[in-house]
Design a protein around this ligand. Structure first.
Ligand code: NAP
Length: 188
């Protein structure tokens, strides 16, 4: 079993590498943007056809939610076209693609937890680009798994949990928005 990971330097990518390095049964190749730019269709095809993975995990993404409002084209290139390239390459060699998406594909209006079959209605450019990525993956590769996660935290990178822990050490009280609900999810 061979696994190719795109986006090895992100929060999720680094946790995946930690997990895979701790085992010996699976062969893996984890690459960062400088070695595998998912928006480069030719590079994606070359690496996938050379390594011949059984599973491709896409941990690469444009994740600057607020900035995406100004960088809509870039967000779409990375979050829609990138996964599309990986999914096409996976399909060519009959591999499975595991693609990570987000709760931002929903409108956030529901007072209950969202399920897989709930209607998507992204409210911003980031969510729209991630939804477009999901659709591109599903269309390009029948053997796909799309994971919608939320509030990812872990030991690597910056995240809400780390910020709260850091501030809690130095402040008596914290001012935090109180009208958002989410399920913090461990990257590993
Ligand atoms: N963080 C969250 O709270 C959260 C919540 C829900 C869903 N998600 C989803 O979970 C997944 C992983 O998120 P994360 O928190 O691990 O994100 P992250 O820490 O921002 O990591 C994303 C990685 O993707 C890389 N990347 C960007 N453009 C690329 C390209 N063209 N080719 C290859 N790599 C590229 C980045 O490289 P550079 O460092 O070079 O930019 C970065 O290392 C994403 O799909 C994200 O949408 C995250």
């Amino acid at each position: 079993m061979k696994i190719l990971i795109a986006g090895k330097n992100g929060q999720v990518g680094r946790c995946l590498v930690d997990l895979l390095e701790a085992q010996t049964e699976l062969t893996f190749l984890a690459l960062g943007r400088e070695e595998l730019d998912i928006t480069d269709e030719i590079q994606v095809d070359k690496i996938v056809s050379e390594f011949q993975p059984n599973i491709i995990i896409n941990a690469a993404a444009y994740t600057a939610v607020d900035k995406a409002e100004q960088e809509c084209d870039l967000a779409n290139t990375i979050n829609r076209d990138g996964p599309c390239n990986l999914a096409h390459a996976a399909n060519k060699i009959n591999a499975v693609i595991i693609h990570i998406s987000t709760d931002y594909v929903f409108d956030g209006v529901s007072t209950e937890s969202y399920t897989e079959s709930d209607v998507t209605a992204p409210q911003g450019e980031y969510g729209r680009s991630k939804l477009a990525g999901e659709q591109a993956v599903a269309q390009a590769c029948p053997k796909h798994i799309i994971l919608r996660t939320a509030w990812v935290f872990g030991e690597h990178g910056n995240n809400f949990v780390k910020t709260m822990l850091r501030l809690a050490k130095t402040r008596e009280s914290l001012g935090v928005v109180a009208d958002q609900f989410g399920g913090p999810t461990y990257a590993g």
